[in-house]
Design a protein around this ligand. Structure first.
Ligand code: HEC
Length: 139
């Protein structure tokens, strides 16, 4: 519900920006943010991801430092596939008990603290969170 609202607002903003862009300089797709590789066209998605992250993940996670859960900077590179990573976010215990070696090591390393499952999290919400993580990674 809340996510739908955020999305509606985001889409509204995109349309507004697109309309303004006609007259002024269009935000170029490969413009970088302080020399980082963040693309301007992913920032709307990252903003959506940030609000989901703040509501559901930030009690245990930050992007650039460990809290009660690991820093999520560079997390996509640590997983064999985005599907596995998404499955873990969905239900970490299911992936751990499927004998995934990386997930088991991680679970051991974090002193067997369980990450809660997010059974109703949507694919596009996970995509948005991952976009936010990339966006917020310090170089
Ligand atoms: C109650 C604390 C808690 C919450 C809330 C939580 N996590 Fe976690 N998360 C953990 C812990 C602890 C781990 C370490 C693995 C383990 O113990 O299962 C972890 C691991 C992860 C990993 C794997 C990190 C790596 O280095 O590979 C990802 C990705 C992740 N969490 C994403 C999320 C996302 C996205 C959310 C919100 C939707 C979230 N977590 C909410 C505690 C939490």
């Amino acid at each position: 519900m809340k996510f739908d609202m955020i999305r509606t607002v985001s889409i509204g903003l995109i349309i507004l920006l697109a309309a303004c862009g006609e007259a002024s300089e269009k935000p170029s797709a490969d413009k970088t943010d302080n020399g980082s590789k963040v693309k301007v066209d992913t920032s709307e998605l990252a903003e959506t991801g940030q609000s989901i992250f703040l509501q559901q993940c930030a009690s245990c996670h930050a992007v650039n430092m460990n809290l009660s859960g690991p820093a999520l900077k560079g997390v996509e590179k640590r997983w064999k596939s985005k599907e596995k990573l998404a499955a873990f976010i969905h239900n970490s215990q299911a992936v751990i008990s499927s004998n995934d070696a990386y997930a088991q090591d991680l679970f051991e390393h974090w002193h067997k603290v369980q990450m809660p499952p997010f059974p109703s999290i949507k694919e596009e919400e996970i995509t948005a969170i991952l976009a936010y993580i990339k966006h917020a990674e310090s170089n």
